[in-house]
Design a protein around this ligand. Structure first.
Ligand code: PEP
Length: 253
């Protein structure tokens, strides 16, 4: 493991894309290509495709992620999916607190309960934090992301926090083609690391229009351990460009 256990990690957030048939096809394409051995890769398809993805990923180094989870194991929660159900399907990572879910009403307290639920059921949360464009322009990035991070990890001990993943995703960079500068992203990620005990040894990702072209410069930053990738995770070529760039930029670490 590089850097005291911070192996590079590239996670694809497929959002509401890919039917079961499309999921199988994309995973077959990805599996047909060599992956750098020192980079961990996660794909997070929609819930409906998780079972098929689990089958396709049998004996693959690519790990399975989900895009959301409910805080409880079972009960009268129509439309929700529990951590136990995800674990049974082979899911090992869960994106928690993505800005698209926060925009739909998810609060810092919800995110915190989901982080605890993941940790209680053998799932690694990928906690997404990030500021809006207005907050960015008002120089409130630090306050916003450190507050979100502290809230997400409330009651989580340092050893457990170290096993989690945090993705810094400036909302203004998501899906816009405008990524943050590598230096700025690295600075914010260093602040996130310092905000919670244990995150110094956790894997911290950048997310927001990361793709093959900008991945080398982002991955060359000392505090950026990988990426949470939306648009560029939807085709094998684009996703592999990011994975390969992460591999090349970190092979010397
Ligand atoms: C995301 O939604 O997590 C994301 C980073 O999307 P994109 O890469 O398309 O900006």
């Amino acid at each position: 493991m590089s850097d005291g256990g911070r192996r590079p990690l590239i996670a694809g957030n497929w959002k509401m894309h890919k039917t079961v048939a499309e999921t199988r096809a994309l995973l077959r394409e990805l599996r047909a290509r060599p992956l750098p051995r020192h980079v961990d890769v996660v794909v997070a398809p929609p819930f409906t495709a998780l079972a098929a993805a689990h089958e396709e990923l049998t004996e693959s180094p690519i790990a399975l992620g989900a895009q959301n989870v409910h805080e409880f194991t079972h009960g009268p929660f129509t439309g929700e999916i529990s951590p136990v159900m995800l674990h049974e399907l082979g899911v090992r990572f869960v994106i928690v607190g993505h800005s698209e879910r926060r925009a739909a009403g998810e609060t810092d307290a919800d995110v915190n309960r989901k982080v605890h639920a993941c940790l209680a059921h053998g799932l690694t949360p990928i906690v997404a934090v990030g500021e809006t464009k207005d907050e960015h322009l008002a120089h409130r990035t630090h306050d916003r992301v450190t507050a979100q991070t502290r809230a997400a990890f409330e009651g989580v001990d340092a050893a457990a926090a170290a096993r989690c993943v945090v993705a810094y995703e400036p909302i203004w960079a998501i899906g816009t083609g405008l990524s943050d500068s590598p230096e700025n992203a690295n600075g914010v990620i260093a602040e996130i690391r310092a905000a919670v005990d244990g995150l110094a040894s956790a894997r911290l990702l950048y997310g927001g229009s990361m793709k093959g072209e900008n991945a080398p410069a982002l991955m060359a930053q000392p505090d950026i351990d990988g990426g949470l990738i939306g648009g560029a995770s939807l085709t094998a070529n684009a996703f592999l460009e990011v994975i390969d760039a992460a591999g090349a930029a970190t092979s010397a670490r």
